[in-house]
Design a protein around this ligand. Structure first.
Ligand code: UDP
Length: 232
């Protein structure tokens, strides 16, 4: 039987996406990125001298990311402040972005990336990475490439892209599976592969092919946002 998604999407359909840069006037670079009802804002500060001094690296600048959900972004109010989850997602946001940056020209400095989720309907880490990559580019940070991210998942036996919260909570069949992927745009270089749930090893290729197709679409949205900011 053909797969039915509640919102009528095909397996390979992303939710509607929007992206815009320059949304936080006080930051050096900023962007908003949405997947359907999931809305992420990223703001970039720096490069600036890193303190305390013993954390400085004389051979390169370093990236520091902070991810958080705002209290009102989820249906059950989230307690403000850091949590184990936000610490984990901050780290993996940093790891997903680092390979795209070239910070050797900025020794002893730090670039701070603040990712705030203002509305959450699953896929917040990947929306956050897409917004952060745009915000870094908008800040003029030297980058080898943009980073595109999407969560691939499984509904029973079917691979689908960009799950919303109701899909992520799906308990039937083989249970819920969430497989967030980030990559350097238009390359085979993956910068993040996470897995929550179960997937047969032989199906990972299928997941990556869905991720590649989705990331190509995300890249187009990101490029459009940057071009709009340049007035092209
Ligand atoms: N969520 C929530 N409260 C929380 C954390 C998450 O309601 O404290 C919801 C939110 O909609 C989020 C979804 O659960 O998008 C899935 O969270 P997960 O940790 O899997 O990360 P995400 O899919 O957002 O990257």
């Amino acid at each position: 039987m053909a797969l039915k998604r509640e919102d009528g999407r095909k397996a390979s359909d992303l939710r509607p996406m929007q992206a815009k840069v320059g949304v936080v006037p006080n930051a050096d670079g900023s962007a908003i990125f949405t997947f359907g009802d999931t809305i992420a804002i990223a703001a970039v500060y720096g490069p600036k001298q890193l303190h305390p001094q013993h954390m400085q690296d004389p051979s390169t600048g370093i990236l520091r990311c902070n991810y958080d959900l705002l209290s009102f972004s989820v249906s059950d109010r989230k307690k403000p402040g850091p949590s184990r989850r936000s610490q984990e997602l901050s780290k993996m946001t940093q790891w997903a972005l680092e390979p795209a940056l070239d910070l050797e020209g900025f020794p002893n400095t730090v670039i701070d990336v603040e990712v705030q989720i203002i509305q959450a309907d699953a896929g917040t880490r990947t929306a956050g990475i897409n917004a952060a990559a745009l915000a870094l580019a908008h800040a003029g940070v030297p980058m080898r490439n943009l980073v595109c991210a999407v969560a691939i998942g499984k509904l029973d036996k079917d691979i689908v892209v960009d799950l919303d919260k109701s899909e992520e909570d799906f308990e039937g069949g083989e249970g819920p599976t969430d497989f967030p992927v980030a990559k350097l745009a238009n390359t085979d270089q993956y910068t993040l592969l996470q897995l929550d749930g179960k997937i047969q090893p032989e199906r990972v290729k299928e997941v990556l092919s869905f991720a590649d197709e989705s990331c190509a679409k995300i890249y187009e949205i990101q490029k459009k946002a940057l071009k709009e900011a340049l007035g092209e």
